[in-house]
Each structure stands twice: as C-alpha cells, then as structure tokens.
Design a protein around this ligand. Structure first.
Ligand code: FPP
Length: 239
C-alpha cells in the first residue's frame, strides 16, 4: 500500500464506541466488541503495510474492570481467541507482540498466553504491536514510582530518561499520533506521560465502523500537521 508523505512511526489508538455501535442496532454490547476485534485486525494489517513501526491499541483500561462481569469475561475470551488464532499471522508478518498495563490483574491463563506470544514474537523484525491491557497512564506512573523506590534509586538520580526506563513502555518510542474514535475528545488515561507531544486525531466514527480508509484519513491528517515540540518551525535559511 502506498501513501505519500511521512508515516507516523508510532500510532496509538483509543478504540471507543463498540457498545454504542451494538446498542444502535439493538444488539448485545458484546457484538460490538466482536466486530471491534475484526476492525482491530484490519487496522493492524494496514498499519504494518504502511510502515508504522509501533502500533499501540488501548484494549482494556483499569476502569473497565468496573463493567458487568459477563462483559469483562467476554472481553477476556475475545482477547484469548485473538492471541490463539492470530499467532501464526503475527509470525508471518514479522510482528512483535507486547502487552503493557497491570498484567498481573488478568486471569492467569491470559497472562500465560500473553507471555508465550511475547516470547514467540520477540525476535521478529516488523512492526511492534503493543496492547494496553488493564492499563491506565496514572496507574502506570504510580507503578513506575514504586519500582524506582524499590530499586533504591536516589532522588538526584531520577531524570526523565531514568523515569521512562521504569514505565511499562521502556524501550518503546513515544507516540506521534493518537487516534480516538466515537466522538469523545478525551485522552482518558492513555499514555499520559508518553503522549506529551502526540498529535491528536478525533473522529465520530464508532470503532466497529473504523475502516482502513478511515485509518488512512487519520494518517493524511497527521501529514498536514507541523510538529514543533515546544520549539519554533524549522525553516531553511532561518536565522
Ligand atoms: C470500547 O468500547 C472498547 C473496549 C472497551 C474494548 C476494545 C477491545 C477490542 C476491540 C479488542 C481488541 C483487542 C485486540 C488485541 C485485537 P466501549 O465498550 O467503551 O463502547 P461504548 O463507549 O460505546 O460503550
């Protein structure tokens, strides 16, 4: 697939609107999640083809634990099925799989599949697919602080670089573009530290309707942005 212009090296997506999509059709919410997983697969494939180096999907937040237990267990089952069924494809496409979040809160068998998938895909050379599970940015920051204290790091030694190395995302680049579907214009605890300079793209489209074409619109929109990182525009011959 060809799309001229800069491809954001790291794209993060807040996949929102599965429940509303289902409710609008008189279907159980879980049908929206099922359809959402299919959309995720398409977007993963499209991002890898475009040359995105890292794609982070917000799949389950720490707040999502408060949902009815039947919905939580179906979401867990969908994740399990995704990992079981898609491993061969991840290997074929050279995708590295990584999970971030408070993974120890997930059911043990899911933790095992995550670990197995991370190990099997670790030496792949293609796009890194990061799945945020039982994740929130504030929780990640608090867990990082606890790790820093447990490691006995002195206050003077704590720099931004040191701090980052204790986050779940240690070693991953910061997101260049964050997309949120479903019309909400919020970050909702997603990559709070890492997204400091991310370009934000919001669309009214509900996640189960978010097609490859919509993903390409988001990339094209990003290509129009001028990124200054708090500095001034870089112009040739400027003094
Ligand atoms: C938000 O919709 C979506 C979720 C909470 C779950 C999203 C998860 C997937 C699509 C699974 C994908 C995972 C992988 C790894 C492929 P919502 O239920 O909050 O929608 P609502 O705001 O309309 O209620």
């Amino acid at each position: 697939m060809f799309l001229g212009g800069r491809i954001p090296p790291h794209v993060g997506i807040i996949m929102d609107g599965n429940g509303r999509w289902a409710e609008l059709r008189g279907l159980p919410r879980i049908e929206g999640h099922r359809r959402g997983v299919e959309r995720s697969k398409e977007v993963i494939e499209c991002a890898a083809e475009l040359g995105v180096r890292t794609l982070t999907l917000f799949a389950f937040s720490t707040e999502n634990w408060r949902r009815p237990s039947a919905e939580v267990s179906t979401l867990m089952r969908l994740l399990e099925l995704y990992l079981e069924k898609e491993l061969a494809k991840l290997m074929k496409e050279g995708i590295v799989f990584k999970a971030i979040g408070d993974i120890v809160r997930l059911p043990e068998h899911i933790q095992d599949i995550i670990k197995k998938t991370e190990e099997k895909t670790a030496s792949n050379r293609g796009m890194t697919l990061v799945t945020a599970l039982s994740y929130s940015g504030r929780d990640e920051i608090v867990r990082a602080v606890k790790r820093i204290l447990s490691a006995g790091i002195s206050p003077d030694a704590v720099t931004e670089t040191v701090f980052e190395s204790f986050l779940d995302t240690a070693g991953l680049p910061q997101p260049d573009l964050i997309i949120r579907t479903s019309g909400e214009k919020r970050i909702s605890n997603f990559l709070l530290w890492q997204g400091a300079y991310a370009e934000l793209y919001f669309t009214d489209t509900l996640w189960p309707d978010f097609s490859k074409e919509e993903f390409l619109y988001a990339i094209q929109d990003y290509q129009q942005r001028e990124r200054r990182f708090g500095s001034v525009p870089v112009r040739p011959n400027a003094r």
